[in-house]
Structures are given as structure tokens and as C-alpha cells.
Design a protein around this ligand. Structure first.
Ligand code: KG4
Ligand code: ZN
Length: 348
């Protein structure tokens, strides 16, 4: 069976066709994954402008879906279902994908599957690598989220911890902005950090020891916090005498990245040990980070723990991961009705 996936939660309009392989160990294959990025539009404003994002999704969605079907040599009658991101994300952006998917499902007489964006990021690991050895601890780290999940059975996602304030990708983007670098900041800092000294600037790593008042069920010590780190960079830059040289900026990037990546990897492995995980996965836009990828794999080798990452094209927002998560849900017998609505704050 083939499924059409649609993703419009933020600033990428994406459509993909994913098909079942019949192989239980590696259940899905990507036939096409078309992504129309809006980065050049939002770059001018230093961040995503929600109204511009929704308008651009409307312009792009039909062409992107047509291309995804064409590249996959797939007609509407070859599809078994349509999966769409229901949330979380920008509501105006989500509505474009949800409305399109409902209309297409009605017109083509296909079942509709509603997908949580983070389930999509998690299933990108399975799409790339095949089923994970379970139980697995998966870190989803993006512009909007930094959360650890425990997966005990395929398709179940138990939240272990999350960020109390900024997401890691958000911290990357904000630090890049205060250093005068381009948008999005993650890839820029990643690039510049390569020529910096990661011990040049002393920056704090936050440890949380108390339960989150807003989520008392979560223990707390696996939680993340990045706003203090961002403020520490801001203070350092303000206190710096004279303009920052290129080397200063590279040193700040490298030092910032060492703390962020160190925290992400450390906490993932603490969780893995606590829950006796057989594997650790990292997904979401920040999983494209070169140091995070290298450090995760090195730590995995040292701890004799299997580690998993998506390919770079499956790391940042894309519809193939939504199609994969949609296939999982469809096979579990869960479909959506025609009164499906976008939900900006959908919980997994
Ligand atoms: O998953 P994603 O595409 O969108 C959200 O769901 O948020 O993640 C986007 C985030 C941005 O904050 C971007 O700066 C960050 O991922 N990012 C990176 C890298 N590539 C993208 N952060 C660090 N290093 C990278 N190479
Ligand atoms: Zn995302």
C-alpha cells in the first residue's frame, strides 16, 4: 500500500509518497519526498512570520502534492490513504495542510489519517533505519521541541521529559541572531563552530533537580532548559570589549554548541540507562547537527548502545516522516473523520 503524506506545520510545504515494503524489520520505503522551503521568505524577518507562512503554503500546496505524486509515479487511485500533520505548529499553516488533505481524501474516496508532528519525527528513525530495538529512548530536538520519549511498543510514545523553556533549536536560532548570523541559526552555528575553540568561553549547563510544577508527573531531572544558556551568551557578548572578531564568533559558537550537545547526549543516555533501553534515537531538525551526530554515535560505541539518526533530508521537517507515522496509525486501525481540525497545541 502507498500513502500520501502532507506536512505544513511551520515553514516547509511538503508532500511525500511512502509505501509498505512487506518486510517487518524495515517496513517503509520513500518513493518521493518534495519539500518547498520558505526560508528565503522568512530570512528577511529573522524568523518565521506566521501569516506569510500560511499564505505561502496556500500558493505551494497543490504544486508540491502534484510533484510528489509524479516523482513517485503514483496516481490518486494507487493510494490507500492520506496522512496529514494535525499539530502542533502554527495554526494557520496547519490548516492549509489539514484542509487540503480533507478535500483530497473526500474527492478521491480515501481514508484520512491525522498525525502528530513529533510522532512523525520519531518515525523518521524507523523510515531510515528500520524498526528500533525496543525499548528505545528517543530525543526529539527541533525548533519547537526538546523532549525525551520512551518507546516500549511500536507506535506508543511515553513522554519522559521536555524543555522547561526554549527548545534547543530555538536557542540555536536566538544565539545566532544575537551574534548577527543568518536565519535559521542552527546550520550557521554548526558551520562556524568547526573553526572555534569549544573551551574558549565558559558557559553554564543547566541541571534540573525538582519536578516541573506544570508537569508534576515528570520527574524533572531529565528535563532541559536552554534560556539561561542563551542569556549567558548575551551577557558575554555585551561584556566583550570591542567588536567581536570572526574568531571570537567561532569560539562562542563552538562553546555554545559543546554545552547544548553535551546536555542532549548526556540526558538521553541517563534516560536510556534508567529505562533499560536497547537503543537511543535522536530526531528533529537539530539532529542534523554535525557535532550531535558525531557525539551521539561515539557515546553509543563507548556504552555499547545502538544509536539511530535520520538522514539529513529526513531530519528537518518533511512529509515522508508524516506518511510513515500515518501508515503506522492506519495499520493500527486509527483514521480521522471529516470533522478533523488543526490543533496548534496537540499533545502526543
Ligand atoms: O524539525 P525542524 O525542521 O522544525 C521544527 O519542527 O521546529 O527543526 C528546525 C530547527 C531550527 O531551529 C534549526 O535552527 C535547527 O532545527 N537546525 C539545526 C541544524 N539544522 C537545523 N540546529 C543545529 N545544527 C544544525 N545543523
Ligand atoms: Zn519538526
Amino acid at each position: 500500500m502507498r500513502i500520501l503524506g502532507i506536512e505544513t506545520s511551520c515553514d516547509e510545504t511538503s508532500a511525500a509518497v511512502v509505501e509498505e515494503t512487506g518486510n517487518a524489520a524495515k517496513p517503509w520505503a520513500v518513493r518521493s519526498n518534495v519539500i518547498a522551503s520558505q526560508v528565503p521568505i522568512h530570512r528577511e524577518w529573522g524568523g518565521v512570520v506566521p501569516e506569510l507562512a500560511s499564505r505561502q503554503h496556500i500558493r505551494d500546496i497543490c504544486g508540491v502534492v502534484e510533484r510528489a505524486l509524479q516523482e513517485a509515479a503514483t496516481g490518486w487511485s494507487d493510494l490507500g490513504a492520506i496522512a496529514v500533520t494535525q499539530g502542533p505548529g502554527l495554526v494557520g499553516s496547519l490548516l492549509v495542510g489539514v484542509s487540503f488533505a480533507k478535500a483530497a481524501a473526500a474527492a478521491a474516496g480515501l481514508p484520512l489519517v491525522a498525525v502528530h508532528h513529533l510522532a512523525g519525527h520519531i518515525e523518521s528513525l524507523v523510515l531510515q533505519n528500520g524498526e528500533l530495538p525496543l525499548p528505545s529512548v528517543v530525543l526529539v530536538v527541533s525548533g519547537g521541541h526538546t523532549s525525551l520519549y520512551l518507546i516500549e511498543r511500536p507506535g506508543t510514545y511515553q513522554l519522559l521529559s521536555r524543555t522547561r523553556d526554549d527548545a534547543a533549536g530555538e536557542a540555536y536560532d536566538k544565539v545566532a541572531k544575537l551574534l548577527g548570523l543568518g536565519y535559521p541559526g542552527g546550520p550557521e552555528i554548526d558551520r562556524l563552530a568547526k573553526s572555534g575553540n569549544d573551551r574558549a568561553v565558559a558557559l553554564p549547563a543547566t541541571r534540573l533537580t525538582h519536578a516541573d510544577r506544570n508537569a508534576p508527573a515528570l520527574k524533572g531531572d531529565l528535563d532541559f532548559s536552554f534560556s539561561g544558556l542563551k542569556t549567558a551568551v548575551l551577557r558575554y557578548v555585551r561584556a566583550h570589549e570591542g567588536p567581536l572578531t570572526d574568531q571570537d564568533i567561532a569560539d562562542i559558537c563552538a562553546s555554545f554548541q559543546r554545552v547544548v550537545v553535551g546536555t542532549l547526549v548526556e540526558r538521553s543516555f541517563v534516560a536510556a540507562r534508567r529505562y533499560q533501553a536497547q537503543s537511543v534515537g535522536v530526531a528533529g531538525g537539530v539532529s542534523a547537527n554535525s557535532r550531535l551526530r558525531a557525539d551521539l554515535q561515539a557515546r553509543g560505541v563507548r556504552r555499547e548502545m545502538a544509536t539511530f539518526l535520520p538522514s539529513l533530508s529526513l531530519a528537518t521537517d518533511n512529509a515522508a516522516m508524516i506518511a510513515a507515522a500515518g501508515l503506522r496509525k492506519f495499520r493500527a486501525g486509527i483514521t480521522a473523520s471529516m470533522d478533523l481540525n488543526a490543533d496548534a497545541a496537540l499533545v502526543l
